[in-house]
Design a protein around this ligand. Sequence first.
Ligand code: GLV
Ligand code: GLV
Length: 308
Amino acid sequence: MKLFVTRKIPFWEEVSKPLLDAGYEITVYPNNRRIERGELVAELEKGYEGLLCLLTEKIDEELLLHAGNLKIVANYAVGFDNIDVPACQRKNIMVTNTPSDKVNESVAEHAWALMLALTRRIVEAHEFMRNAAYEGWEPEIFVGQDMVDKTLGIVGMGRIGSMVAKRAEGWGMKVVSAGKEGSLEDLLKQSDYVSLHVPLTAETKHLINAKNLPLFKKTAFLINTARGPVVDEVEVVEALRAGIIAGYGTDVYENEPHPNPEMLGLPNVVMTPHIASATVAARRDMGEIAVRNLVEGLVGRVPPNLVR
Ligand code: GLV
Ligand code: GLV
């Protein structure tokens, strides 16, 4: 059987071993860049049974027309909003993802990194140092907020959300969540930090928008390590401009890889390039999990992380 890998993933030599041992014929996209749609179509027409892809590949109905032999799509990500799962299911193609405690921990740590960076104005202060603007100690430069006794609102108390929440204990912060325990509106009104940990679905698209941004405290920071479209980016920019919220720390964008251009000039925005799961342990785990799903799926067993 043949399988195609859209990008050489970290630790590939090690993590791909079970596939080689199983005797699969593996083709790895040879270029160190994102595969283009046309290139992926051309590859899939070669009749692969297995596909290992990244979240940057859109696996939709049209693409599947070119993938007659495909049995399994192993997404190298926890989120799978890049895949039309019902379309795959209609063609009996299995879809798997890479949920992992290590990935979840990694994302939780990154959410905290963004919170800390915004609170203590680390990026602005770093720029200041870089520009050789520091001329000696001053009481008034880069005054930030305290975190102790503040309230952290977790939107989506799933695996990642709980890990973010757990860390708040050490910081002496109070945690509130939306869902069973309370409404999103109450959470937004109470929180000094609002951290998003929901998958992107039709229900969560633009969950944070011009209607509920005015409920935030003016001193609140919004943190997004989920998916860009969970917030209305244009409306968040407006809120930042108008002083409706104090800052936005984000790893994800509505139109990746392009952040809203207006965000680039705002001092109270901290941006990272979708790297929340980019730690050594998480990347290795993701590779091992994606490979295990392929191995199991291709021999006809139910892969451990089948998306249903
Ligand atoms: C990354 O965004 C993931 O979903 O794993
Ligand atoms: C969301 O990605 C979660 O697992 O909390």
